[in-house]
Design a protein around this ligand. Structure first.
Ligand SMILES: NC(=O)c1ccc[n+]([C@@H]2O[C@H](COP(=O)([O-])OP(=O)(O)OC[C@H]3O[C@@H](n4cnc5c(N)ncnc54)[C@H](OP(=O)(O)O)[C@@H]3O)[C@@H](O)[C@H]2O)c1
Length: 301
């Protein structure tokens, strides 16, 4: 069977904002419908507020437009997997998902790194049609297990790709994992397309960047973006992700129609950014990874 990644859309609508109850529900439904009308894949999780309820309502209204889904599943041991899958599929009334995003912690991460029982369970869930394929999530502090599994060849034939923050300000696979992914030509799904918002807001508006390090990185990246001559940050970021030939899609969120439309417009031009622009940013990312990311307390960035 071919990988679900062969049909993925280059822009994936991230649904966190659909679960933000400070936005009127009607507005969130409108955005969900607009993204469904556009025919793009969605990325979701039962941990995103009431996003699944909003999605369920939109899907029930237009079942012909239900998008393919990437859903977060995991977490710390094999026995949790089925429960998490059900927690997501049941509210949506769906029999399965296109891609399960494996969020690996604790025993499950260790089992994955060692080629253990989890691979049997992944195959069973696939045979049962609950999950059609898998992408493995990586953070700087969780890059080791995927790296060990990749090097040992355990992921072959069952893992379709890897998913992590990859945008001009963040590349959350450690340098070692990143190099291994490129050497082994693994599919990548990039997350947080615009890194949380426009680079000038991240740089200049106090409190806009949710962590100081993002503000500091925006100071370094804003002049590179300006020099590129690309008209908008959204276009720059979508093209940044797709400048890596192994990146199949980028996941970006919005609770506003205008900003969703900017993502949808940007996916029409996936031409790579100029090589010198990419070189500058990838050099920064390699430095940030060693100097900061892999030293950070888990879940603090
Ligand atoms: N571990 C994980 O699995 C994980 C972690 C983080 C994210 N994700 C996935 O990735 C998706 C995106 O992540 P994210 O929301 O953190 O990052 P993002 O897509 O880079 O940023 C979204 C934010 O940027 C704003 N924005 C988007 N376009 C804009 C524009 N043209 N002008 C001004 N503001 C704009 C949005 O505000 P408005 O709503 O006001 O437009 C929203 O607050 C999530 O929805 C989720 O599906 C997954």
């Amino acid at each position: 069977m071919s990988s679900p990644l062969s049909n993925i859309t280059p822009y994936i609508y991230g649904t966190t904002r659909l679960g933000d109850s400070s936005l009127p529900r009607e507005d969130r439904l409108k955005v969900a419908h607009a993204a469904m009308d556009a025919g793009v894949w969605f990325h979701t999780s039962h941990t995103y507020g009431d996003a699944l309820e909003v999605l369920a309502e939109a899907f029930a209204a237009e079942p012909a437009k239900i998008p393919p889904l990437i859903i977060k599943i995991g977490w710390d041991n094999i026995d949790q997997l089925r429960g998490v899958i059900e927690e997501n599929l049941k509210p949506l009334g769906l029999p399965g998902m296109q891609l399960g995003q494996l969020c690996l912690g604790g025993e499950l991460a260790e089992d994955f790194a060692n080629g253990g029982e989890c691979y049997k369970v992944f195959r069973q869930l696939k045979d049962e049609g609950l999950v059609q394929g898998y992408v493995v999530e990586a953070f700087p502090w969780t890059s080791d297990a995927p790296l060990r599994a990749l090097r040992a060849g355990y992921t072959e034939g069952i893992i379709d790709g890897f998913i992590f923050y990859l945008n001009p300000l963040q590349r959350f696979a450690s340098n070692a994992l990143w190099d291994e992914l490129l050497a082994r030509k693994q599919n990548i799904i990039a997350m947080r397309t615009v890194s949380g918002g426009p680079v000038h807001s991240l740089r200049d508006v106090p409190g806009f960047a949710w962590k100081d390090y993002l503000q500091k990185r925006a100071v370094e990246v804003a002049p590179i973006f300006e020099r590129s001559g690309v008209a908008t940050w959204t276009e720059f970021c979508v093209r940044f992700a797709h400048s890596f030939p192994l990146v199949k899609a980028t996941v970006g969120a919005s609770g506003k129609l205008d900003n969703l439309n900017a993502f949808l417009a940007a996916k029409e031009n996936l031409s790579p950014l100029p090589a010198d622009i990419m070189d500058e940013i990838t050099t920064l990312q390699r430095r940030w990874s060693d100097e900061f990311d892999i030293r950070a307390e888990p879940w603090t960035m």
